[in-house]
Design a protein around this ligand. Structure first.
Ligand code: HEM
Length: 435
């Protein structure tokens, strides 16, 4: 008997309420639901709210692209909101659209290319430290090193010379705590307050014509205007700067952490990466945008690392209009869960999914569309820093890998820490050797 059209069409799922967060238990829960019910699962949360877990490549793409205007950011952003106010990552609707339009030009390829010297400078600083550690036979905490590299890089890219004169002079980097998830630590509130005061005073000086006169993100954000010709207010600017720092360093740092780990485990990949770096960027003066684009194998290794360890491993959305997905209805107010981590490791899309193999991303004639891959998200809310981060990571690897061999101190897998970002559960230590 055919069902009447008016009946609510709900995907299969468990009868009992299910708790979902952004934590390790949620990964296990979602994987279990996928195994039990397939690629479209519905469930009820303990507070009675309806939620769908969508693991179908086609439907995920639709939610993030053509249907994106029916969805806002979803649950789990509480800590992020505390840090980022209403900045680009957490805002929605008209506020998001206005900010995105104002900020997007700062990320043009031309502008990012002007920041390549900062990428080289930050890689050089690491080289000095690592050479000394190698000479002294010391181990390096590569998790901390990649974190410091990416944090310093984003701060200099934003503040130019003000980084040295206004931030380094504060003693311990006042932004460093951002890399440690300390939601329950009350001192975070104080630290955030202190940061906002520091940023406010840098902004005031810039507006008054004092401070760095160099090309940097802050200069571009200060110049940005909306369609009515209005610039960001100080409060908006603060939120957007905090957003840029948080969005811009932890993701790249985590990717570099994993890439050093994977390279140490795969000597054949290491050899190919070194050969490519030595032929394309044999010295610092060969670091040009064209040459970095030509580093095809390095690009593939980075893409494969992001397939296995997407820093944003779970996206949440909430529908604010009715929608249809596959043959199912999505009522207004439904929470949606999408996981790049799970989809990137789903066997029927990615054969032998846990194997690290950069050849998966070799250029081919077959369309990539049907292979779900979205470490930077898709559609209008796609990451603004994608090009910046690939350039930064290629400069880092291109200059440092040919100089240093990193042997893992501990060969056991470091495990996953699953919070807003996916990190290694323990820090990774290496023994550096100069080649
Ligand atoms: C490997 C590096 C990176 C990864 C994997 C990554 C991933 C992502 C993802 C998945 C989102 C969307 C999140 C969501 O919709 O819930 C996002 C947004 C964003 N990212 Fe990145 N990101 C990276 C590096 C960067 C860098 C280096 C910057 C800045 C320099 C940056 C700036 C942003 C901004 C501003 C947004 C908000 C865009 C919007 O909502 O309109 N990201 N990123």
């Amino acid at each position: 008997m055919t069902q009447p059209q008016t009946e609510f069409r709900r995907p299969p799922g468990p009868d009992q309420p299910v708790t979902l967060g952004i934590d390790p238990e949620t990964l296990a829960t979602l994987q279990g639901l996928q195994g039990d019910y397939g690629d479209m699962v519905s469930l009820t949360k303990p507070n009675g709210r309806l939620a769908y877990f969508v693991n179908d490549a086609h439907e995920v793409r639709r939610i993030l692209t053509r249907r994106h205007s029916k969805y806002h950011k979803g649950p789990g952003f509480e800590r992020v909101k505390m840090l980022l106010g209403n900045g680009l990552i957490v805002s929605d609707g008209d506020v998001w659209r206005r900010s995105r339009t104002m900020i997007q030009p700062a990320f043009s390829r031309q502008n990012v290319h002007r920041l390549m010297t900062v990428m080289v400078e930050c890689s050089d600083r690491r080289a000095v430290r690592w050479a000394e550690a190698a000479r002294n036979g010391e181990t390096l905490n590569i998790t901390e090193e990649t974190c410091d590299f990416a944090l310093e890089l984003i701060l200099i890219s934003i503040f130019g010379d003000d980084y040295e004169t206004r931030i380094v002079t504060q003693g311990d980097n006042p932004f460093a705590f951002l890399s440690r998830d300390s939601t329950r630590d009350l001192s975070v509130v104080m630290k955030v307050r202190h940061l906002r005061e520091l940023l406010t005073s840098i902004i005031e000086d810039r507006r008054a014509g004092r401070g760095s006169q160099h090309f940097d993100f802050l200069a571009m954000y200060l110049d940005a205007t909306d369609k009515q010709g209005n610039p960001f207010s100080d409060g908006e600017l603060l939120d957007e700067l905090m957003t840029l720092i948080v969005a811009g360093f932890e993701t790249s740092a985590n990717t570099l952490n994993w890439v050093w780990y994977l390279i140490a485990k795969h000597p054949e990949v290491e050899q190919k990466l070194i050969a490519e770096a030595e032929s394309i960027v044999p010295n610092v003066s060969a670091i040009t945008a064209e040459n970095l684009t030509a580093m095809q194998y390095t690009q593939q290794a980075l893409e494969e690392t992001l397939r296995l360890y997407p820093p944003v491993w779970l996206f949440t959305r909430r529908s604010h209009a009715e929608d249809e997905l596959d043959d199912y209805d999505v009522p207004t107010g439904t929470d949606i869960y999408l996981s790049p981590y799970i989809l990137h490791r789903t066997e029927h899309y990615w054969p032998d999914p846990d194997r690290f193999d950069p050849e998966r991303f070799a250029p081919t004639d077959t369309p990539k569309k049907d292979r779900p891959y979205f470490p930077f998200s898709l559609g209008p809310r796609r990451c603004l820093g994608e090009y910046f981060s690939f350039l930064e990571m290629k400069v880092h690897l291109g200059l440092l890998l040919p100089r240093f061999r990193m042997r893992l101190v501990d060969e056991t897998p470091p495990g996953l820490e699953l919070a807003i970002n996916l990190r290694s559960a323990r820090d990774i230590f290496v023994q550096p050797e100069e080649r």
